[in-house]
Design a protein. Structure first.
Length: 261
């Protein structure tokens, strides 16, 4: 039997998050994506054998650290939703996760190589890296408007429109990260902001972190389904936004305004 292990940060979410009734929205979405996926062979990206996924186990990184390798190797595939993975476990994405954890070093590399500003940001560019190349999703933003809480209960909004003069530097950043970090197929969130009207790099998240919740019911396939398909090397042909409602981001004022691109 092959088990998919959804790995979460138990210290952040608490051990109670590991029961279906109390899954966070992201964990629940990934769990459902795996359960709804048709049978397929696990890619050699994580496993040398192939077979069908027969079970999904949500486990904290802390519990995984104490789990004998024989419990998941070779009959397991890791689906992390946290950067804090046990150091002793073999994992082909390890170097990528280590680079993403070292935020200061990665910012320095981006600044030195691309000349981009670096600092904190609250926008996310989805980068879905398939075996055939990258697909870029629409930008995700934090929804601060209290009048729209019922519309966006997650606190995040997608799609956010950015004109080409900002999208192109973001795509260049995504391409550089892919090459420099030797990224493997997965869903990545490029977290960024603006310094004036210049793109400001914050960090790279190598999995569909909390902002990816905004894609549920808005993007097909959503970012959690994309994540599982990437890990399984299933094809993703396109990312389609099903909503006709856009927000337009204004870098100078850091404001979201309603409108269509």
């Amino acid at each position: 039997m092959t088990t998919a292990f959804i790995v979460v940060d138990g210290e952040r979410h608490g051990q109670d998050c590991l029961t279906p009734a109390s899954f966070s929205p992201g964990v629940a979405a990934l769990n459902q994506s795996i359960l709804a996926s048709p049978g397929f062979s696990i890619s050699s990206t994580q496993q040398d054998n192939s077979g069908q996924v027969d079970a999904v186990n949500v486990i904290s990184a802390q519990a995984l650290a104490a789990l004998p390798a024989s419990r998941w190797e070779p009959e397991g595939v890791l689906c992390p939703l946290t950067l804090e993975l046990p150091e002793h476990l073999p994992f082909p994405y390890r170097a990528i996760y280590q680079a993403c954890r070292d935020i200061t070093s990665l910012r320095r590399r981006v600044a030195d190589s691309l000349g981009y500003a670096t600092g904190t940001g609250c926008l996310w560019l989805p980068l879905v890296l398939t075996r055939k190349g990258p697909l870029y999703g629409e930008v995700i933003a934090v929804q601060h408007d209290p009048d729209k809480t019922e519309l966006y209960p997650s606190g995040y909004y997608q799609p956010v429109h950015l004109p080409d003069r900002w999208r192109q530097p973001l795509y260049r950043l995504g391409q550089w990260l892919s090459r420099s970090l030797k990224l493997l197929p997965s869903v990545y969130l490029v977290q960024f902001g603006f310094e004036g009207e210049a793109v400001c790099f914050d960090r790279l998240l190598p999995f569909p972190a909390e902002p990816a919740i905004a894609s549920l019911g808005i993007q097909t396939p959503d970012l959690f389904t994309c994540y599982w398909r990437c890990l399984a090397h299933q094809p993703i042909l396109d990312l389609v936004i099903t909503s006709s409602n856009y927000q337009v981001y204004q870098p100078v004022s850091s404001a979201l305004t309603s409108g269509n691109p």
